[in-house]
Design a protein around this ligand. Structure first.
Ligand SMILES: *[C@@H]1O[C@H](CO)[C@@H](O)[C@H](O)[C@H]1NC(C)=O
Ligand SMILES: *[C@@H]1O[C@H](CO)[C@@H](O)[C@H](O)[C@H]1NC(C)=O
Length: 452
């Protein structure tokens, strides 16, 4: 039996067909192939998720009528492993090459510039004291022989489910370096010591960075999780958003749009500006927590699906408690992003330039209305910036690039450790799933190093 998945899609008159099947007619494989994503610019994304491993390989055909298009058929030589198959590539270089990982990651280089060497004993002495109090959100991890161990240092560490899942996923794919590190699961970056201070800063790992802290950053839990769970639990991920960008530019409502929680005062200011300038801005708060007393005055807006944001031509990106984690999704849409100046950043912001990929607005929003007017009066220019931003984001935010980024941070970290990582008191093993979903035959050699 051959598993065969066929999809037709229409783009004007064009009829395409995509076939994904096992290379060997004898091999059955369960693959989920959702509807192709139409990016509305003549390009489509076809995604698939494997629930089983194929040993011979996969054949992907893209047909126009009966004819192959581009380099079709695409052959992925087997074995091709599914997500839950524990089968790490022993040679990280080869793995990175397969993923076409970039040779430079300027943000990682910058983050590690403050840390030529990492003293694990010093961190063990200091981190729990400085950041491990009751209200802390720090988890201490050790990865040894590709096994993951951890202990929580504070009470607010439920988000370790996100760090666990990405670490486990990486460990299934590639042999990770032995490392011992501390990940901050809270919103705010933690390390505010300066490089020339004594004692110096510690390399705490966080999801969000800021200009006045030294934390080493990783892709946020939000984009990491939605990438891992794409086509399963989540509907809003870095690829699905690309097929749901609303009407084409000419048919979008010519207003700036914002919906979100009340996590920063400027967001309330947006609503006030929106009331006074409804022809320029449609802004609403969907949930009150920090400024509950304001709800009566400003009102509460109905929740609206993220894909519907793109009915509007301009999107306002205002920080939440830290960087707004919607920013990557906004950049992948085809609206113009108006981004509030901020000291906070995520792992990819460095590659995006004001006036090239987005339009900057002042921290206090004093020039927001003026910038919206500018965009309305300079439609061609606005459209061009929106497109350039989208193209750059599509490149930077390819799912595999997240894996590359994580791996590289761990490698840079490992190279700087001045002693061997250890499994510390109170750490427990974070186990790989061992249910039906993980069944597979790994053809790669198992690590020959001694297990602990
Ligand atoms: C804009 O909307 C109109 C009316 O729905 C539609 O006929 C037209 O094709 C749309 N234009 C583009 C470029 O999508
Ligand atoms: C907003 O910030 C700018 C500096 O970026 C400052 O010049 C201006 O006075 C501020 N406006 C208001 C209304 O606070």
């Amino acid at each position: 039996i051959v598993a065969l998945y066929i999809y037709f899609f229409l783009s004007g008159q064009t009829l395409f067909k995509v076939v994904i099947k096992s290379l060997s007619p004898k091999e059955l494989v369960r693959i989920h192939v959702p509807k192709p994503l139409d990016r509305n610019d003549g390009t489509f994304l076809v995604r698939y998720r494997m629930y089983e491993t194929v040993s011979e390989g996969l054949k992907i055909e893209v047909l126009y009528g009966d004819e192959h298009v581009a380099q079709s058929p695409y052959i992925l030589k087997g074995p091709v492993y599914h997500e839950y198959c524990e089968c790490p590539e022993e040679d990280p270089q080869a793995w990175q090459k397969t993923l076409s990982c970039p040779t430079e990651e300027p943000q990682i280089a910058k983050d590690f510039a403050s840390f030529p060497s990492i003293n694990l004993q010093q961190m063990l002495n200091e981190v729990p004291k400085r950041f491990g109090d009751e209200r802390g959100a720090v988890v201490h991890y050790t990865i040894l022989n590709n096994h993951i161990y951890r202990r929580s240092l504070g009470k607010y560490t439920d988000f370790k489910m996100f760090s666990d899942e990405i670490l486990l996923s990486l460990a299934r794919k590639v042999l990770l370096p032995d490392i011992e590190f501390y990940i901050n699961l809270g919103d705010w970056p933690l390390e505010h010591r300066k490089v020339n201070e004594t004692p110096g800063p510690l390399p705490i790992v966080s999801w969000c960075g800021s200009l006045d802290s030294r934390d080493i950053i990783l892709p946020t839990y939000d984009i990491s999780h939605s990438t891992l769970e794409a086509m399963r639990g989540v509907t809003n991920d870095l690829l699905s958003i690309q097929g749901n960008t609303g009407p084409s530019w000419i048919n979008k409502t010519e207003k700036a749009f914002f919906r979100g929680r009340d996590s920063r005062e400027e967001r309330l200011q947006l609503v006030q500006m929106s009331k006074e300038n409804p022809e320029l801005l449609d802004a609403g708060i969907t949930g009150y927590f920090f400024f509950q007393e304001k709800e009566k005055e400003l009102g509460k807006a109905k929740l609206i699906g993220f894909f519907d944001f793109f009915k509007y031509k301009y999107q306002v990106n205002v920080d939440g408690t830290v960087a707004a984690y919607r920013y990557p999704y906004l950049m992948l849409g085809d609206s113009l992003v108006l981004k509030q100046d901020s000291t906070y950043y995520e792992h990819f912001y460095m590659a995006l330039k004001p006036w090239k990929h987005y339009v900057p607005i002042k921290r206090n929003l004093s020039d927001l209305l003026e910038k919206i007017k500018w965009a309305k009066e300079n439609d061609e220019e606005a459209k061009k910036i929106a497109k350039e931003g989208q193209l750059r984001a599509r490149d930077l935010l390819q799912p595999h690039r997240l894996y590359c980024y994580y791996y590289r941070v761990f490698r840079e970290y490992a190279e700087r450790q001045s002693s061997k990582p250890e499994i510390r008191d109170g750490m427990e093993l974070v186990a790989q799933p061992d249910d039906d979903t993980s069944v597979c035959q790994c053809h790669r050699e198992r690590p020959s190093r001694e297990e602990l």
